[in-house]
Design a binder for this molecule. Structure first.
Ligand SMILES: [Zn+2]
Length: 291
């Protein structure tokens, strides 16, 4: 069932496990994610970005998620979150549509502008009992950024003192940290970035809100487990699900050349997503934690 993020985040913090935050784009990926959570009997976050909202339409994708999450057979708690919201208007639209958590990503702006926009979002969201995630430092994008993050970590990583100040000024609920993590699939071609767990430990000494790890596809299981111990409470998985979905579809079309039924084609992707979500949930420690 659809629940406020506040509720499952509190339980996960107490239980010292992380919540998987899985990005969806359509009906089949939504079904796959939710089925994976049901199989694992786990609480999860399901999230969309602005580009997915542009692709599917806010009402369409929200209703798909809500209807499946609230189905009587879906006996696991699911929270709905906006990932990488860039505009205040998107935040407002998502909160009106029933999201219980939003990210405002103003990390590309100056410090002053980031603080200003984040404060504006927090004020609006908290009045409506909605949680806010913000980003500090710079979580790179696939490709060129990967090399930059590897070569010049100081420029990109979250500064612990800045994080303290930022949280104090804005009153955000969760913080997306930049600790060498990079978004996207192509990073695998440019080398997996080094995750600076020492930096995370330093931030954790000073900042006491849950951290969110973006760009987690390709980070080793060992590092993920250590990051959870150091305060990462939410782990975003997007690229890995896209790859899983696409590979399954590519395979079935290659093997069954006459296949034209879109349901059969897309169901192969859905099943692969379902299995991958289950695997991630086990890694994050949230297996069997649905209450
Ligand atoms: Zn992200």
């Amino acid at each position: 069932m659809l629940v406020p993020l506040r509720k499952i985040l509190k339980q996960s913090q107490r239980g010292k496990y992380a919540l998987g935050a899985f990005n969806t784009h359509n009906l089949e990926i939504t079904k796959g994610i939710i089925q994976g959570a049901v199989d694992a009997h786990a609480p999860i976050i399901i999230q969309v970005t602005e580009s997915t909202i542009n692709y599917a339409g806010l009402q369409a994708i929200t209703q798909i998620i809500k209807v499946i999450a609230n189905d009587s057979l879906t006996k696991v708690p699911i929270a709905l979150h906006l990932d990488h919201g860039k505009k205040f208007s998107t935040v407002v639209a998502c909160i009106k549509a029933g999201f219980s958590s939003v990210m405002i990503d103003a990390s590309a702006l100056s410090w002053k502008e980031n603080v200003k926009l984040t404060k504006q979002v927090v004020k609006y969201a908290h009045q409506r009992n909605v949680l806010v995630q913000a980003e500090l430092g710079h979580i790179g994008k696939e490709g060129v950024d990967t090399r930059q993050v590897i070569l010049r970590p100081e420029k990109y990583l979250t500064n612990p003192d800045d994080a303290v100040e930022f949280v104090k000024l804005t009153h955000i609920d969760t913080l997306a940290v930049a600790i060498g993590n990079v978004h996207g699939i192509y990073k695998l071609r440019h080398g997996v970035p080094k995750i600076h767990l020492n930096r995370l430990a330093k931030i954790a000494q000073k900042v006491k809100i849950p951290f969110v790890l973006h760009g987690a596809s390709g980070i080793s299981d060992k590092e993920i487990k250590q990051a959870i111990k150091l305060g990462v409470g939410i782990i975003n998985i997007d690229s890995e699900l896209r790859m899983t979905f696409a590979e399954a579809i590519r395979k079935i079309l290659r093997v069954r050349k006459q296949l034209v039924d879109p349901r059969a084609i897309l169901l192969s992707g859905e099943r692969a997503v379902r299995e991958r979500v289950m695997r991630k949930i086990k890694l994050f420690g949230s297996f069997n934690k649905a209450k």
